[in-house]
Design a protein around this ligand. Sequence first.
Ligand SMILES: NC(=O)c1ccc[n+]([C@@H]2O[C@H](COP(=O)([O-])OP(=O)(O)OC[C@H]3O[C@@H](n4cnc5c(N)ncnc54)[C@H](O)[C@@H]3O)[C@@H](O)[C@H]2O)c1
Length: 383
Amino acid sequence: MKHRLRGACIGYGFISEGGHSPSYRLRSDSPGDFEIVAVADITPARRAAAAKSYPRARIYESWERLLDKESRNVDFVDITTPPYAHAEIAHAALDCRLHVLCEKPLAASMKQAQLMAAHAARVRRVLFPCHNYRHAPVVKAVRSVLAQNIIGDVRLATLQTFRPTHARGVKEWRPDWRRERKYSAGGIAMDHGSHTLYLAFEWMRSFPTAVTAKATTLGDFDTEDNFSCTLTFPTGIATAHLTWTAGTRKVLYTLHGEHGAITVDDDEVKILGANANNLSLGSPSGESGAHIVPSHWMDASHREWFGSLLDDFSEAIDADRWVNADIIDSVMCMSTIETAYASAQQGSRELPIKDAESLLMPSGIDRSYRTPGLQLNDCASRP
Ligand SMILES: NC(=O)c1ccc[n+]([C@@H]2O[C@H](COP(=O)([O-])OP(=O)(O)OC[C@H]3O[C@@H](n4cnc5c(N)ncnc54)[C@H](O)[C@@H]3O)[C@@H](O)[C@H]2O)c1
């Protein structure tokens, strides 16, 4: 059996309880590779909920107290507070030489994300973002179609995420924190933007070089509920539209390659083009080129995807991948979102996006800290 990783959860709200804890509990029994030994939350009712989920864990009323008492007993922390606290907790955990798993968005600003990555590199501990859409079965199916070169290189991608409202956090804390900038650092672009962007980076096999964006708010909030952008990549174009004012809950993605196209409509993946029939994927839906790949999109906790993400986190630890491709993606997500907000404020003016090399190298990530073979600007095209 692999070395058992002992973890501490910081923030025990919706995603920790619904999305992370089912996998941790399952895996602490079999194969026994993860065990949560401590939890911290500032809200008493959430500490009571954590004690029920993890009866053997020690429960703390603050992350400071948890790190003070537990830093020698744990290998990693799992940060699931809202974004306002991610950076401060991550730095404190890295100072204790702990690995850090952190919910998206990695930080509340690009600068914070850069400094977190640099800190992880300096102390040689893994910093890993929860980019769980990469682990959705339907996204894995798209990856497999692209790897088989069925549609050729992608030249245009469109990514749409429709939600009838913002997601609510647990009722015992601040359920509407996503509409309060001081906790969320932004609206739907901060909340869903990361998922949209790291998928776009993967499908376009590069990072964007420029963005033009629009962000609007219908309600009386200080964060946007509609966001759209066009991203220029060295390999083509991607557009994204994210909304909290939709008539339905849905994701719709299209990828257009040199010899065909892929469309994703929640669980349905359609492959269009000459090579589409040579493929076996999920269960055929009856319609030509269409396959159903059950991905549980309606469950906002995405608990079904977290086990696969934990596998990648644990592999990054085993392989000493401090500055891994996922974390470079997350710094590029923050950089793209921040540049998109600036574009929206300037009447949608197209603005250049800094490249990964210039974002990360000056912050202390030199070649000696890099994962062998990982080129910062190429990591979006990793297998
Ligand atoms: N990857 C995904 O699919 C996904 C889905 C939902 C949420 N998230 C992310 O997870 C994070 C949490 O979102 P949520 O919906 O679970 O929020 P939530 O409001 O349900 O839970 C937040 C919890 O953090 C606690 N908390 C707040 N500040 C704290 C602090 N300083 N120290 C300790 N505890 C603190 C609160 O008491 C609450 O229990 C966010 O970053 C969000 O973007 C990711």
